[in-house]
Design a protein around this ligand. Sequence first.
Ligand code: BG6
Length: 493
Amino acid sequence: KNTDPTIIVIFGSSGDLAKRKLFPAFQNLFLDGRMPEKFQIIALGRAEKSDEEFHSYVIENLNSFSRKAALSNEETQKFISHITYLRHDIDKEESYQELDSKLNSIDRTFGARANRLFYLSIAPSFIATISGNMKKLRLAANAKQDRIIIEKPFGYDKSSAIDLNEMLSQTFKEEQIYRIDHYLGKETVQNILAFRFGNSMFEPLWSRNFIDFVQITVAEEVGVEERGGFYEGVGALKDMIQNHLLQILCMTAMEAPASLGADDIRNRKADVLKSIRRIKPDEVNHYTVRGQYDEGFIKDKPVPSYRNDKGIAPDSNTETYVAMKIYLDNWRWQGVPFYLRTGKRMQEKQSSIIIQFKPVPHSSFSYDNQGMTPNRLIINIQPAMDIKLQFMTKKPGLSLSLQPAEMIFDYFQCSTMSPEAYETLLSDALAGDPTLFMRWDQVEQAWDAIDTIQEVWKNNAPTDFPNYKAGSWGPEAADELLARQGHAWVANT
Ligand code: BG6
């Protein structure tokens, strides 16, 4: 826990992320006693607002988005008194001078030079201007005390990410840059490490010798909501695969780290990204499937097609679904397909990892027409938070036949409410622990692994969009991707 006096500066404090995630996370950390005794949040925004006006905006949003029950008036006031609103114009140097004076005056009240955590919750196109001005005014000049959190997407391909990183490195040292991927803050994602390396019985099976294939699914019911303008230029490959799904892949496939230190863990994850087999342009169609949703029904409610959603071009070719097959060229995983898929407007919200083990080499059982089900380990990340082990048992009765059975570890049975991903990540950033953030080489490798795909897609417009119904499990081609290998997406309900 960080106990040093700290100032948090939020660029884009009136935006969606701040209202849904950042303020609720700070509030929960505050209620749990995890904020330093002396801290102040400076909320920056373009509009002219008084502190009082901004405070009532925050309170209203806490009531809608915070996981904690409504606060007492006294607690609300206590938390809210730590927030100051400051009008800010990203392009104007005066705004940074005002910010500088504000920071200094808070330091004086604290009686110490506070740590500074800058959260850039703004469109990537503003990052250069902000960091240039911060450099000019030396706002984050203390590499030991000052940190900056950058949201994804970090660039839009490898070369733009390199440019962005070079630009940032003129103002910040690598250890000051916290590239956030909120999936890494999720309890169930962190538990993958605990599960794999805190137990001895799974690890010996965790390789090409016993595993047939791995499936990673991040399916969402929501469409693009209010973010059409942003999403149009991004699409599922960059919005989800490049970061969230590849990070889950890393956690699933990485070697045991020498220690739980940030660099040891990040080295092992970088190894996974490096070992992703790079595919050639003419192989892209063989390894990937892209999709875009048509109109359909989500839980019996009609929803429009992507092209008819708010802020979307009627002839948009942006993909809202991706399925792909990945091979890792290393000793542990040679030949094991990792199937990744993610999509919006899918039948149900579900993030999971399914490890399917190889069949028994020989079986003498009769199955009562039931066929042998493969052994599987299913890690449900959300909304279900559990780990299931599926195996065969004897069917009770006089004959010796088999039936599938399941053992379940369910988070909800053993814990009170888990912290939200942003709470974990903000708390780590406050304490200067970068383990769950993306080091530069990870981001670079992740782009390197998908650049060819986006290049080929950009140069070859899809001919079949929209190609899946809202409320389905995605395009048929995604089933064929697996069927070619005699595999199928595992139903996980
Ligand atoms: C974000 C993506 O990073 O993750 C969104 O930009 C997506 O498009 C979201 O909806 C999903 O996050 P979660 O935590 O709701 O699974």
